[in-house]
Design a protein around this ligand. Structure first.
Ligand code: GLY
Length: 371
């Protein structure tokens, strides 16, 4: 019988627990009322997640004495991170007359978590909120650490606030219903923590990834270790003035590839971009003589074994040339005196923030990678 693992995010007065295990939706009432006594809640979710999990969560909350005052079901997909849907959530929360010490509950993946957290951050100048992430990516990354927000026509996640949840319920059982492609994409973010600074975790994943995909205790342990890694970084650098940027390993190349494919999820989803991006970050580090090419080969072999794309050639359809890809990188990042900041590595689990990466080296590397 699998047990629940608790990981604490150590933020002093704003510290909170991440619970990881099966059956947490059904037991949500007791868990929430123990931490937020007397709170009424509004649940925010999307159409896909609602069909599978809304009733389980609602009755789980009500069985434990938590009143569900409203439930808002939004369209699934990235476009939902908009002012229009933010307003819908805000109106629903205010319409249900929730007070500051009541709570908004985000039931869904990263889109729902980010939007709901932002709504909770601005209604009544900051309400309590609970994350109930239902994708692997949200369980190991976006539900932890308090980054919330919506997209602007000028770019993703440009409007938002840091607002920490009071509790994260990562129900490992809900992942059983995820499409395999989405599970794999989340796995890329899971492996990322091993590559940043937990080499033993990466080696463990190389041995145990099949069990992680199958479910059970190995999956719980992998999610817990990823959450410990994220909680450590967030506790050190909540507002990303330093080390938190390490969490962007693979994301510079990954975001550029997502932009180059016009965010068309049939060609590339975020975690797949991160998978290719992490291989490129290791290859680029080897090219700059910072790391051994054997490490890049090892990263590529593992991500390939789990079925993730690992090279730009794995993306279906045409891609723009190296100069255009570099343009996408600089939409995300400032070039200062011909240099950029990148997350590079000295080997598996030895990532670091490199502040003076010459733009010319990046373009030359992209040219070779696209050949
Ligand atoms: N997903 C990156 C961060 O939370 O900082």
């Amino acid at each position: 019988m699998s047990k629940t693992v608790t990981v604490e995010v150590g933020l002093g007065a704003r510290a909170y627990d991440i619970l990881i295990g099966p059956g947490l939706l059904a037991g949500a009432g007791e868990t929430v009322s123990a931490r937020l006594p007397g709170a009424r809640v509004a649940i925010v979710t999307d159409g896909n997640v609602a069909a599978s999990h809304l009733e389980t969560l609602k009755s789980g909350l009500e069985r434990g004495g938590v009143t569900v005052a409203a439930a808002v079901t939004l369209p699934a997909g990235e476009k939902t991170k908009s002012f229009e849907h933010l307003q819908e959530v805000v109106d629903a929360v205010l319409g249900a007359r929730l007070e500051r010490r009541d709570a908004v509950v985000a039931l869904g993946g990263g889109v729902i978590g980010d939007l709901t957290g932002f709504a909770a951050g601005i209604v009544r100048r900051g309400m309590d909120f609970v994350q109930v992430p239902t994708s692997l990516l949200a369980q190991v990354d976006s539900s932890v650490g308090g980054k919330t927000g919506i997209n602007s026509a000028r770019g993703k996640n440009l409007i938002g606030v840091f607002h920490q949840p009071k509790l994260v319920l990562a129900d490992s059982g809900v992942l059983d219903t995820l499409p395999i492609r989405e599970f794999r994409a989340g796995y890329a973010e899971l492996a990322k923590y091993g590559l940043i600074d937990r080499p033993a975790f990466f080696a463990w994943l190389e041995k145990n990834w099949q069990e992680v995909f199958e479910g059970g205790d190995a999956r719980i342990e992998a999610i817990a270790e990823a959450c410990r890694a994220k909680a450590d970084v967030v506790a050190r650098d909540e507002f990303e003035t330093g080390d938190r940027a390490l969490l962007n390993l693979g994301h510079t190349f990954g975001h550029a590839l997502e932009a180059a494919t016009a965010y068309d999820g049939t060609r590339l989803v975020h975690g797949e971009g991160v998978s290719i991006g992490m291989v490129l970050a290791h290859r680029f580090s080897a090219r700059l003589n910072l790391a051994s090419p054997d490490d890049a080969a090892r990263v590529e072999a593992h991500l390939k074994a789990v079925g993730l794309p690992t090279s730009v050639a794995d993306i279906p359809g045409e891609l723009p040339g190296p100069e255009k890809l570099f343009d996408y990188i600089t939409q995300d990042k400032k070039v200062s005196r011909g240099a950029l900041t990148f997350i590079l590595t000295r080997g598996i689990g030895r990532s670091f923030i490199a502040k003076d990466v010459p733009a010319s080296e990046v373009v030359a590397f992209l040219r070779d990678s696209l050949e």
